[in-house]
Design a protein around this ligand. Structure first.
Ligand SMILES: Cc1ncc(COP(=O)(O)O)c(C=O)c1O
Length: 405
């Protein structure tokens, strides 16, 4: 099968958050300025994490067929669905999942919120590793928790975990949960098995439950190896809530479907109780069908998309090194979200935002939204055509070259 990732699909008119909206302090508002009416000089939206690519053809075909059936009543989760999830985890990640441990829910962000609510008491603490996906913060504060940070260490653009700091923070008996982002959004690290084991051992020793957010776990660029947290072994799996989905992998995010693996029965029943208490029962027929079809029939398209994204990332590294060497680009090992360090430009937050949005006319995620450790950085979404990446790079490097001084 051939894939045409170079083709730009017009997403305007679909109420796409990425293309037609913007975020104002976390609230999404319609933004006319990005609409197609503004022609060639429109602001290029390269922020929110979805792909501009069409999702795999077998998924489109299955959804069209199901839509044509015309009856969309309540739908159960068939055994073929859990078989497909289990099969994917075994084949792609070498992780054997017991189907009885899988809770299927409409999203990972809702799950993070419900997990925090389920497993902490007022005043308890939840550990995160900034700079990190911003809804992690709200999932803690929304649910009565206190945030404890174990900031990542950065050197020459490469990020590592600070294990000494983790030892100290996890030893606080008030720390009940740790949210692991694996691979890490926004810094693009794919944690090695050794790093994950060390992280997991510290948490286990201190009775800290690990919530492993593996939503980007299939988006691993060639040359890197992903280790599923559950594949570390039973002891790690027993003290973890592992969040997986086909949503980022195959660009199905707004079909809202994720699979949460919880091996320990008490933990699983704890989260299941909160799910019930929220009246969340059942999924919709499209989300289940899309996920099952993608896992069964779309592996080839995933490998093709990963190769294309690696090409986009190589282009960013090459052009920045040549035309804006004061910007440090972090190596992209996983996800399609490229992180880069603009601190050497000497701009404050407003100045950097102005440079990207008004001078370069690209709409990126400002680094500070991922925590103060992200200030002076930018995150650019590379799941788009090479042409879009090239245009963005031209605009950004021109804007940098035109900075006074
Ligand atoms: C690390 C991470 N977790 C969760 C999500 C969103 O999950 P969901 O759409 O299933 O709520 C994202 C989306 O960008 C993400 O990057």
């Amino acid at each position: 099968m051939t894939f045409d990732f170079d083709r730009t699909i017009d997403r305007t008119g679909t109420s796409s958050i990425k293309w037609e909206y913007r975020s104002e302090h976390g609230t999404v508002r319609h933004w006319d300025e990005t609409s197609a009416r503004h022609g060639d000089n429109r602001i290029l939206p390269m922020w929110v994490a979805d792909m501009d690519f069409r999702c795999p053809e077998p998924v489109v075909e299955a959804l069209v067929k199901r839509a044509q059936h015309g009856v969309y009543g309540y739908t159960g989760r068939p055994e073929s669905y859990t078989d497909a999830v289990v099969g994917w985890m075994r084949q792609r990640h070498g992780w054997t999942v017991d189907p009885a441990t899988i809770l299927t829910v409409p999203g990972i962000v809702p799950t993070l919120n419900m997990a925090v609510r389920s497993f902490i008491n007022p005043g308890d603490k939840v550990l995160i590793q900034p700079p990190v996906y911003h809804p992690f913060y709200r999932s803690i504060t929304n649910n009565g928790g206190e945030i404890v940070t174990n900031p990542l260490l950065v050197r020459d653009g490469r990020y590592d975990m600070d294990f000494e700091d983790l030892e100290r923070k996890a030893a606080d008996p008030a720390v009940k949960l740790a949210i692991l982002c694996s691979p890490h959004n926004p810094v693009g690290r794919v944690w090695t098995a050794d790093e994950l084991r060390r992280f997991g051992e510290i948490c286990r020793r201190n009775q800290v439950i690990v919530i492993a957010d593996e939503i980007h776990g299939d988006l691993i660029l060639p040359g890197n190896t992903f280790t599923a947290y559950g594949a570390l072994g039973k002891a790690f799996e027993q003290q973890a809530i592992i969040c997986t989905a086909a949503s980022k992998t195959f660009n199905l995010a707004d079909l809202h479907c994720s699979n949460i693996m919880i091996a320990d029965e008490t933990l699983r029943e704890g989260l299941a109780g909160t799910i019930r208490a929220n009246g969340l029962s059942g999924m919709n027929p499209f989300s289940l069908l899309a996920t099952e079809t993608a896992y069964r029939e779309a592996e080839g398209s995933l490998d093709a998309v990963l190769a294309y994204i690696a090409g986009n990332a190589a282009r960013v590294a090459e052009v920045m090194a040549e035309r804006a060497p004061m910007i440090t680009v972090s190596p992209l090992q996983g996800t399609y979200l490229q992180w880069f360090d603009c601190r050497a430009l000497g701009l404050d937050a407003a100045g950097l935002e102005d440079l990207m949005l008004n001078k370069a006319r690209v709409y990126l995620d400002e680094g500070y939204i991922f925590g103060p450790e992200g200030a002076g950085f930018e995150r650019i979404n590379l799941a788009c055509s090479r042409q879009t990446v090239d245009l963005a790079l031209e605009r950004i490097t021109d804007a940098v070259a035109n900075l006074p001084g």
